[in-house]
Design a binder for this molecule. Structure first.
Ligand code: ACO
Ligand code: ZN
Length: 510
């Protein structure tokens, strides 16, 4: 129990009681980010030092271990294991921002940016009757210019944390495959490839400072480090945000923020939502439906033509994306929203955004599966879809860096399965070991070469044998892959994709 005589202030560190995944008590070191003096008892907002920020929470004094209390060191910055800043920066800029805290949360995000206002009531008029999904024609936006009008300044989601550098073998390699007939263990020979000058690796070094990766954490002050929305009601789901999102400040004190699940407009009460629903006749995201198989559809939304929707989507997404920063221009982006259909409409499951033009081969900027749908294969389905688009474009692609912890897990899993699928399908010819180059793997899958190399390294397949690189697919790898593929039920069917890429460079203006 906390001793009220001890002054636990912002910046203090001490062990705090929490439950781990197995529901056991543990006492990780945490930092106090804020103190709320509720009548009767204090509440402390804590960040567990070596844990992702999404676990930050308000705790009662009895969860603090005051015997190990450390007071804040002046001007100290505390990097955590995952490289994210563990303490709020103690820069003069922060002090300025703290003074401005009373102004608006939204203005804290970037200086000199307009405060987002509540959306206007203008919504697109869209077909609203869906008798049965099989009989429903693909949804085309009637006139995209008639879609939602903007009601504030659009913003874009931008990563704000440099990645880590990793070593790899550094060359494009010819991969020679040998299938051992009597064994499930394959040996794959890596021979020098056709272009060996490329020594870049698959893991990012640092975000670029232009375009959609403009990033720093100068705005990462005490306000934006704390979750500000308690609960969001979206259709039949209640979502608990993980991170700060710059919804208008007057909405942050509400116990529940209500969103229209189709146009994503946010309102302050159930009553307002009900009123909105009588006027809003969207039953699917705006834009064109470019994929449908079974109950899964994808809609392509232009960030310029559907600003209000794109802006609302970014605000919602920011609740679950920490390393992205909201910026104010959705024009250069396309949004691919995945939905699940039922007779009430096309319900958003997740999305990814994509720059219309990327000089760095990014085929995904931000990707999100809404929490109620997570860990059911939808994330990998979104990733697979992003690579199917790249295949149609005839390009290789890579996600914008840095990846979040969950993003990295998902991409690694997708890349591993995709590459192993190719390697295990290779057949030997005339008793010769089949061969494939890294470039060929990249071309077949549209996975950027650096990601192919980093995945082969991550899977620890690369060995050096008798003067050449070989890949060995152990029985363990083969079995593990087959088991994983049996569980992967959700797949993209390229035949169901109706997508014609646009050459945005020829369009002058997006
Ligand atoms: N713990 C452990 N493993 C996990 C977890 C988790 N919480 N979440 C996903 N995984 C693993 C899964 O086990 C799976 O691997 P496997 O098939 O080899 O077992 C893999 O990641 C993908 O799982 P899915 O169910 O397909 O993915 P999901 O629908 O949960 O979506 C996503 C993954 C999009 C990253 C989701 O966690 C999310 O939206 N997170 C918040 C936003 C985010 O971090 N986005 C990525 C940012 S990077 C970027 O935008 C480019
Ligand atoms: Zn609506």
């Amino acid at each position: 129990m906390a001793d009220p005589s001890v002054d636990v202030v912002e910046g203090c560190r001490l062990p705090v009681l929490r439950k781990n995944q197995d529901n056991e008590d543990e006492w990780p070191l945490a930092e106090i980010l804020s103190v709320k003096d509720n009548p009767g008892r204090k509440l402390y907002y804590v960040h567990y030092i070596d844990f992702n920020k999404r676990l930050d929470e308000w705790v009662t004094p009895d969860r603090l271990d005051l015997k190990k209390l450390q007071f804040p060191k002046k001007e100290a910055k505390t990097p955590t294991k995952n490289g994210l800043s563990g303490s709020r920066p103690s820069s003069p800029e922060r002090d300025v921002k703290r003074k401005a805290e009373s102004v608006s949360l939204a203005t804290q995000v970037t200086a000199a940016t307009p405060v987002p206002s509540l959306p206007s009531s203008a919504e697109a008029s869209q077909a609203s009757v869906f008798p049965a999904i099989r009989d429903t024609p693909f949804i085309k936006s009637r006139d995209e210019h008639e879609q939602l009008t903007t009601n504030g300044t659009p913003r874009r989601l931008i990563p704000s944390q440099p990645g880590r550098k990793r070593k790899n073998c550094g060359t494009d390699e010819m991969v020679k495959v040998f299938q051992n007939n009597n064994s499930r263990c394959s040996t794959i020979y890596l021979l020098p490839g056709e272009d060996s000058q490329d020594s870049s690796d698959g893991i990012p070094t640092a975000p670029r400072m232009t375009g959609s990766l403009v990033s720093d954490r100068s705005h990462d002050d005490i306000v934006t480090r704390m979750k500000n929305i308690d609960c969001i009601e979206l259709g039949r789901h209640r979502l608990k945000p993980w991170y700060f999102s710059p919804y208008p400040q007057e909405l942050t004190t509400l116990p529940i923020l209500y969103l229209c699940e189709f146009c994503l407009k946010y309102v302050k009460s159930l009553k307002c939502l009900q009123r909105h629903l009588t006027k809003c006749n969207l039953r699917h995201p705006p834009g064109n439906e470019i994929y449908r198989k079974g109950t899964i559809s994808f809609f392509e939304i232009d960030g310029r033509k559907n600003k209000a929707y794109s802006q609302n989507l970014c605000l919602l997404a920011k609740c679950f994306l920490d390393h992205k920063t909201l910026y104010y221009d959705t024009d250069p982006f396309l949004f691919y929203v995945m939905t699940e259909y039922d007779p009430k409409g096309f319900h958003i499951v997740g999305y990814f955004s994509k720059e219309k033009e990327s000089t760095e081969d990014y085929n995904v900027a931000c990707i999100l599966t809404l929490p109620p749908y997570q860990r059911r294969g939808y994330g990998k389905l979104l990733i697979e879809f992003s690579y199917e688009l790249s295949k149609v474009e005839g390009r290789t692609g890579t996600p914008e860096k840095p990846l979040s912890d969950l993003g990295l897990l998902s991409y690694r899993s997708y890349w591993s399965q995709t590459i192993l699928e190719i390697l295990m399908d290779l057949k030997s010819e005339n008793g010769e070991r089949p061969q494939i180059t890294i470039n060929e793997i990249s071309e077949i899958t549209s996975v950027k070469k650096e990601d192919v190399i980093s995945t082969l390294q991550y899977l620890n397949l690369i060995n050096y044998y008798k003067g050449q690189y070989i890949l060995t697919l152990s029985e363990e790898i083969v079995d593990g892959h087959e088991r994983a593929m049996q569980k992967r039920h959700l797949r993209i069917d390229p035949k169901c994709l109706h997508f014609t890429p646009k050459d945005w460079s020829k369009r002058g203006k997006w």
